[in-house]
Design a protein around this ligand. Structure first.
Ligand SMILES: Nc1ncnc2c1ncn2[C@@H]1O[C@H](COP(=O)(O)OP(=O)(O)OP(=O)(O)O)[C@@H](O)[C@H]1O
Ligand SMILES: [Mg+2]
Length: 253
């Protein structure tokens, strides 16, 4: 049986622009399950990023509720929310937001040191292991300006993973990468998911969507379609692409 890791109930988000309410999220109710690589697709302006922000507590809904496991996010005090976000959530964006005057390793360590319960040695060992897993070990002592976009993004994923988050939120993590780096980053994300990492990713890219185990299609702030897929295997890439493309065209993507 699938265990929900997050739940949204009647989520709404509106912005008032020039006195007119723009309903960006329109009563979204859904669950994200343990073990899933959930990918959200949909046209530009559909509300994908807003959904990710509201689920991760980076933004507050106008109405509705969000749970992370048994905790209702809206009921948490600011400090509890900050703790939850730091401990349980990892973030990856199109831009890496790495600290420019820290090396890749130092960037990962800095995020790890927020965890007071672990010793410096434990954190360093995990950081090095993650950087090696992300294939960026050789560049670990360089500054973000001295590495490629792909290397920087892989370091940003290592940083997001350092505290073993219960959920990684990724908003177009490959949006600024070339084709080769995109494939590499996507393969790494799929691999992390196969090892049990929960991921929620927003993307425009079919190549990214084929790695999903669950696809959600958002339009005008509503989930209008969803599909469950088997865990991704590289050798199924072609047939998977056809399957996802057919689904997307049924959504009139
Ligand atoms: N802070 C804000 N104030 C006003 N309107 C906003 C704000 N943030 C988002 N919007 C509007 O909400 C709608 C959805 O935005 P969102 O960024 O969630 O879309 P998206 O699906 O992620 O699009 P894209 O694929 O282009 O990234 C858009 O019309 C956007 O202009
Ligand atoms: Mg967006």
């Amino acid at each position: 049986m699938k265990v929900p890791v997050m739940r949204a109930d009647g989520l709404c988000k509106s912005f008032a622009i020039g006195g007119i309410q723009n309903h960006v999220l329109d009563r979204i109710s859904t669950e994200l399950y343990d073990g899933d690589f959930t990918v959200v697709m949909g046209p530009s302006g559909a509300g994908k990023s807003t959904l990710l922000y509201v689920l991760s507590g980076m933004d507050v809904p106008t109405d509705g509720k969000v749970w992370y496991r048994e905790r209702e996010i809206q009921n948490l005090k600011e400090k509890e929310m900050a703790g939850l976000r730091a401990k349980e959530f990892g973030f990856v964006f199109q831009q890496t937001h790495l600290v420019s005057n820290l090396t890749l390793l130092e960037n990962v360590l800095a995020a790890g040191f927020l965890e007071k319960e672990k010793s410096e040695k434990e954190i360093r060992t995990r950081a090095l292991k993650l950087l090696s897993r992300m294939n960026v070990e050789e560049a670990k002592d360089r500054l973000p300006s001295q590495v490629s976009g792909g290397e920087a993004q892989r370091a940003a994923i290592a940083r997001a993973m350092i505290r073993k988050p219960g959920m990684i939120f990724a908003d177009e993590p490959t949006g600024a990468l070339n084709k080769k780096n995109t494939e590499e980053v996507l393969d790494l994300l799929a691999e992390l998911n196969r090892d049990g990492q929960n991921i929620l990713m927003v993307t425009h890219d079919v190549r990214a969507a084929i790695r999903a185990t669950r696809l959600l299609y958002l339009e005008d702030g509503r989930i209008i379609g969803e599909m469950t897929l088997k865990p991704y295997r590289k050798e199924d890439g072609r047939s998977r692409e056809k399957q996802v493309e057919a689904w997307l065209s049924s959504m009139e993507w």
